[in-house]
Design a protein around this ligand. Structure first.
Ligand SMILES: NC(=O)c1ccc[n+]([C@@H]2O[C@H](COP(=O)([O-])OP(=O)(O)OC[C@H]3O[C@@H](n4cnc5c(N)ncnc54)[C@H](O)[C@@H]3O)[C@@H](O)[C@H]2O)c1
Length: 289
């Protein structure tokens, strides 16, 4: 039987944490959002308000509904307040194993003994994160996709020590907030990061070899396979540096023959052209305006 969840905490109010908080609050849960700076929490709150107002404009939510949803979210810099009452805690801090372990270890001391810890890591080992706690059976991966309020999937990652109850509770929670799930073993890159990194690596190889322009490779993936965006557009959207580190890290596990960041990515990073967030990556977004 799944454990009942009432209070959900999100650790890290960045791009993903903010979107996850919105989806969970819209799903009817009480939500606490924790981050390390007031300005980040303020930005997170205003992003959620803007997104929900768009839903009202499209008649997908009422104003009352929006108001109640926002009132269900507490934004705080006090970790004890954030996690003390939580039944389900979702970590969305930067993709750094040591940082995530430190956060899990601290929260382990403050949270209820039966609270479930979920990590939104894209590829790091859930088992290593669980080792930082005294609740290895209650630790699981829930890998969301950007933007969380649009993307249907949550990839659920289980370690050999994740309990059946933790998995059942997680699957039922994901369903209640309107998401589809896939369940995957705890291997580096899971299903999705491993598969998309293979596609990106091969497409970048095609480009490095001068076989085609990156625009045409993107077009081939969009129109030939119905991908909503091409791999170069996706890299720009996620951040050239983020994709570089992800492919490099998978290369360490599975070998450079399979996963090797392209030379062009190295050049872009050196020039500070990290994709949409800096206005230029493979594509030039300043030109488009
Ligand atoms: N960006 C994506 O498309 C995407 C998609 C799926 C998964 N992820 C994963 O989600 C996680 C977060 O990514 P993001 O893109 O939201 O990053 P982000 O940099 O936008 O947000 C991270 C937030 O964590 C906060 N933070 C840093 N140290 C903290 C601490 N000790 N306690 C609490 N908060 C802390 C930062 O202030 C920041 O607001 C990463 O593990 C990433 O791999 C990202």
């Amino acid at each position: 039987m799944a454990t009942e969840i009432i209070n959900v905490t999100i650790l890290g109010a960045g791009l993903m944490g903010t979107g996850i908080a919105q989806v969970v609050a819209v799903g009817g849960y009480m939500v606490s959002v924790y981050d390390i700076a007031e300005i980040i929490l303020e930005k997170s709150k205003s992003t959620i308000e803007k997104q929900l107002n768009k839903e009202v404009a499209k008649s997908r939510m009422t104003e009352d509904n929006t108001k109640n949803t926002i009132e269900r979210i507490l934004f705080t810099m006090d970790l004890k307040t954030a996690v003390g009452n939580a039944d389900y805690i979702i970590e969305a801090v930067p993709e750094n194993l040591d940082l995530k372990k430190k956060v899990f270890s601290e929260v382990d001391k403050l949270a209820k003994k039966n609270a479930i810890f979920a990590s939104n890591t894209s590829e790091l080992s859930i088992a290593l994160l669980a080792e930082a706690t005294n609740r290895k059976d209650l630790v699981i991966g829930t890998h969301w996709f950007y933007p969380p309020h649009i993307m249907k999937l949550i990839e659920v990652v289980v370690t050999p020590l994740t309990s059946d109850d933790t998995l059942k509770t997680t699957l039922s929670f994901c369903k209640k907030i309107g998401k589809e799930t896939v369940v995957c073993k705890d291997v580096p890159g899971f299903i999705t990061s491993r598969a998309i990194s293979a596609l990106i690596t091969e497409c970048m190889r095609l480009y490095d070899e001068g076989v085609a322009s990156f625009e045409d490779i993107d077009k081939a993936m969009r129109l030939g396979f119905n991908h909503p965006i091409g791999p170069f557009q996706l890299t720009d959207m996620s951040g050239v540096d983020v994709v570089f580190h992800s492919i490099e890290s998978l290369g360490k596990t599975y070998g450079n023959e399979r996963f090797k960041p392209s030379d062009k990515m190295v050049e872009l990073i050196k020039a500070g052209n990290l994709g949409q967030k800096t206005g230029k990556g493979f594509y030039d977004y300043k030109k488009e305006k």
